[in-house]
Design a protein around this ligand. Structure first.
Ligand code: ADP
Length: 425
């Protein structure tokens, strides 16, 4: 604040004191003179205060600011400055809001802003196309406009953040809904049409499945003939190696085709309920581990029954046990266990003390045909599809595949079934 302002105020007070003293000296009525001088000052202050109030009440416009000097001029100036700053901020916020809304409006996905009661606060044009949500639906609950148990789960339970549903407008189309929680009061629902993507995926699955089926028959014929040739005593010695190699490679091809067909089946089968039975895991694990060459320690400590598809569970366990044997030197210890973990899940676990796997490979192991050491896997008849199959089977049983490994120390492959999979129907 400028020092001259306070100087002016000091002058004003000095004038009041001067007037009171002059009045006192001239009239000798000191008290009346002081009271009158103070009253004059208070009336003047009151007038200024009223002027200020009226100005503030009428919207603090610059052109009708009260004509003042001293402290009142400074107060008016500060009020105007604050107002201008807040106007600037408001303008900037409005521009930002408009920009964000125009970005969301031109988004190629349906975008809906919901409040904590799942009522629509804002939606873009694409929401009308995909979900039939119109401008007038503002304030309505989204789950009363789009009826789907999956949507209810997405909004209320918060266990998942993505679901796929049929379009309420065109049932042949599929929509992917992703929920983003912004804060305790608002959520963003982003919806996109995935029908085309699903069609391409379906075509890819069908192609792999059909190609595998088509290849299986000629391969069976080739294998049959190769077996016959191998068994022929008149086969010239010079051809032994070539025939053996052809037979070995054809067998490998058969394994790959079988694994591809298994994967296609796992991918296209949706529900496991119809084929599921109670599986006694204690018995199954002990049965799978008997007669194995390596030093296998079976460690069964869970009560052991799960509800699932037995052939798939056998394939899951066999794949993990076989991998442990493949990637571990002969006669090395392998621990196969069926046990309860800290969260009460039942886990099937295979621990080996073999070569281990470097950290960078772990997240990719369940990809199709991903091998850490291609030569070694192929040399031992591996197809590169075993862990992809294990992952799919685990998914279908709501189980989780965990892989831990350290180079030189060995690996632990575990599949944990949640308590709900232990349903005994
Ligand atoms: P494969 O048929 O080649 O064994 P998988 O899908 O079963 O295919 O395994 C993928 C890759 O993971 C393997 O090629 C191997 O490199 C690695 N792997 C799997 N299990 C083990 C294990 N127990 N120890 C070390 N490496 C393993």
């Amino acid at each position: 604040m400028k020092p001259s302002i306070w100087l002016m105020e000091k002058w004003r007070i000095a004038m009041v004191v001067f007037a009171a003293t002059l009045g006192g000296l001239l009239t000798n009525a000191w008290l009346i003179s002081i009271i009158l001088s103070l009253l004059a000052y208070i009336v003047w202050m009151h007038f200024k205060l009223q002027q200020f109030y009226l100005w503030v009440a009428s919207g603090t416009r610059q052109n009708n600011a009260p004509d003042s000097d001293g402290i009142w001029d400074e107060i008016n100036y500060q009020v105007l400055q604050t107002k201008n700053k807040s106007n600037d901020r408001k303008k900037r916020m409005n521009a930002l809001l408009k920009r964000s809304q125009s970005i969301l409006r031109s988004f190629p996905y349906a975008t809906i802003v919901l409040n904590n009661r799942n009522e629509i606060n804002w939606s873009n044009k694409k929401s009308e196309q995909l979900l039939n949500i119109l401008k007038k639906d503002k304030g309505q609950r989204i789950d009363s406009l789009v009826r789907s148990p999956k949507l209810h789960k997405l909004l209320e339970l918060g266990e998942i953040d993505e679901i796929e549903i049929e379009s309420p407008k065109y049932p042949s189309e599929q929509l992917l809904l992703k929920l983003i929680v912004i804060d305790s009061n608002s959520k963003l629902l982003i919806v996109r049409d995935v029908s085309q993507r699903n069609k391409v995926q379906e075509m890819r699955k069908n192609f792999i499945s059909n190609a595998s089926h088509e290849l299986r028959t000629p391969l069976t014929v080739i294998l049959g003939y190769l077996e016959m040739i191998r068994a022929d005593e008149k086969l010239p010695k010079s051809l032994f190696k070539a025939v053996d190699l052809s037979y070995e490679q054809s067998e490998r091809m058969r394994s790959i085709i079988n694994d591809l067909l298994t994967l296609s089946r796992l991918e296209s089968a949706n529900s496991i309920d119809d084929l599921s039975v109670n599986i006694n895991m204690n018995k199954l694990v002990s049965h799978l581990c008997k007669d194995l060459d390596n030093e296998v320690v079976v460690n069964v400590s869970s009560d052991g029954v799960i509800f699932g598809i037995e052939t798939e569970i056998i394939s899951l366990c066999t794949n993990l046990i076989q991998n442990a044997i493949f990637y571990t030197p002969p006669k090395t210890k392998i621990i196969v266990s069926w046990r309860q973990d800290k969260e009460n899940n039942s886990c099937f676990e295979v621990q080996d003390f073999g070569q281990g796997i470097a950290q960078k490979h772990l997240s990719k192991l369940t990809e199709r045909f991903y091998r850490v050491d291609k030569g070694r896997s192929q040399g031992q008849g591996g197809t590169g599809l075993g862990l992809a199959i294990v992952w799919h089977i685990a998914q279908r049983h709501n189980a989780v595949l965990n892989i831990k490994s350290k180079v030189g120390e060995g690996s632990v492959f575990g599949v944990c079934f949640p308590t709900s999979t232990k349903l005994i129907k």
